[in-house]
Design a protein around this ligand. Structure first.
Ligand code: GAP
Length: 448
């Protein structure tokens, strides 16, 4: 299983999904860059989530709050105290630091050295605002996007004339000074979150918690994650986040074991009541019809973009020893097929001239590429044999490969090849865009 992990990491680097940050300077622990394919896939995930929240549900609006806020926000939210700290142990010999929950025996996992006594380490990432680096200008990069939503609870409520229950959702970067970033993009120090804060009457919190838990599990399944690799884990009180009355982690079975990709939390009135207390603003909701004033409860769904992207990649990764085309002579090569959901695939269409040493074919293929490119994220590839190019596209999950061959020059048709079944159909160039649209919408265009 570990092996699968390193194969996926290597694919990500080799094919332009993910690179270590600042690589030419030896990298920096816990930070990654998303390459041309990674950035497309990330955008797809974010767009799909946004559409799910804003268009597929009722009563949810969006927000984009600043990353840096007043440090008072973090004081009130409990993030500057023990609530948002991990227990750290340091090796007295090699000085490497570890999270307590990762230590199995009471010695350094790296060099076997003695460990220090456990102490609390706060995860907030510090920074200074303005030209003077002093205590008064100290603040923090946000550790969760939702605090920006609480800051704007009243603004949004009043400007949008919303009535409970309603939701505010946001996508954005968060930062945590993790003691030990690990497992590639699973635990990093900079990451993106997609968070929904659902405000409801306290008496309805239980019902909405169940509703959102189910909705979120359905979302992953609708994007192809295998049910057997997904689970919802109820978190016992002593392990919950400091703000959570109830917590269910949605976990994925990664090659290194089960890991959380999303948290569903009942935050009760922890945030609004604390911010009201610290700021002096009345953040209660007034129900006009019932003449009732109260702090709404918050049901939160919080998902990490990178973690879900990693889960989608792991789930889609398949190796086929000897390859899929059994007609060609047996080869020892292992083919990789990345069976990502069509909506997640970074490249939708590849345009390939059958050979590159025939000028008319190349010219025609470039025309076809120009035709499809404004409609779909596309790639043009003429290097290597056609079989090799198909495999290269399969490896990066390209949904349709369009080949321009000698028949194209006679009758203006091209072949469209389906990634998963390798089935091919001939399509008139004039209909190509429409046919690809249908394929991407999930219509059964390829007859198997
Ligand atoms: N607002 C609630 C909150 O932030 P969380 O469980 O701490 O809850 C939610 O984080 C999600 O954010 C996690 O399920 C995970 O997907 C992602 N996440 C948290 N810490 C992360 C890290 N260090 N690296 C990558 N993703 C992380």
């Amino acid at each position: 299983m570990e092996d699968k992990f390193s194969k996926i990491v290597s694919l990500c680097k080799r094919r332009g999904f993910i690179f270590p940050s600042s690589e030419i300077y030896g990298g920096i622990g816990g930070f990654y860059d998303f390459g041309p394919l990674g950035v497309e896939m990330k955008r797809n995930i974010k767009d799909l989530w946004w559409k799910e929240m804003i268009q597929n549900h009722e009563n949810i609006v969006g927000l984009d709050a600043s990353i840096i806020m007043s440090p008072k926000v973090w004081q009130a939210s409990g993030h500057l105290t023990a609530g948002f700290a991990d227990t750290l142990l340091e090796c007295k010999k090699c000085h490497k630091r570890f999270r307590k929950d990762e230590i199995k025996q009471n010695k350094c996992p790296e060099c076997g050295g003695k460990l220090t006594k456990p102490r609390k380490f706060n995860l907030m990432m510090k920074t200074f605002v303005g030209p003077v680096e002093e205590e008064a200008s100290l603040t923090y990069l946000r550790a969760e996007t939702c605090q920006g939503i609480y800051m704007n609870f009243k603004n949004v409520l009043n400007t949008m004339r919303l009535k409970l229950p309603f939701g505010i959702c946001q996508i954005g970067k968060s930062f945590r000074n993790e003691i030990n970033p690990k497992n590639f993009i699973f635990r990093t120090r900079e990451f993106e979150q997609m968070e929904l804060q659902w405000f409801c009457h306290p008496k309805e919190a239980k019902k909405w918690f169940e509703f959102w838990k189910k909705e979120r599990l359905k979302w992953y399944e609708s994007l192809g994650l295998k049910k057997k690799n997904l689970r919802a884990k109820e978190i016992p009180a002593k392990e919950r986040a400091h703000y959570a009355k109830r917590q269910v982690d949605i976990e994925y079975r990664f090659p290194f074991g089960w890991g959380e990709i999303e948290g569903v939390h009942n935050r009760g009135d922890w945030d609004l009541s604390n911010h009201a207390k610290h700021s002096g603003e009345d953040l209660r909701y007034f129900d006009e019809t019932k003449k009732e004033k109260y702090f709404p409860y918050i049901i939160e769904t919080s998902i990490g973009v990178e973690r879900s992207l990693f889960a989608f990649l792991c789930d889609a990764f398949e190796e086929i020893p000897g390859g899929r085309t059994k007609t060609t002579k047996a080869t020892k090569e292992v083919e990789i097929l990345l069976k990502l959901h069509k909506k997640l695939a970074p490249i939708k269409v590849a345009v390939l001239p059958l050979v590159r040493n025939k000028r008319e074919l190349v010219k025609k293929a470039k025309e076809v590429y120009k035709l499809v490119k404004p409609h779909f994220v596309s790639q043009y590839d003429e290097i290597g044999s056609i079989g090799r190019r198909y495999r290269r596209q399969d490896e990066i999950a390209t949904v349709v490969s369009v080949t321009v061959d000698f028949q194209t020059l006679k009758d203006n048709t091209v072949t469209c090849r389906d990634r998963d079944t390798m089935t091919q159909i001939r399509v008139k160039i004039q209909n190509l865009v429409e046919v690809i649209k249908k394929i991407l919408e999930g219509e059964k265009v390829f007859k198997v």
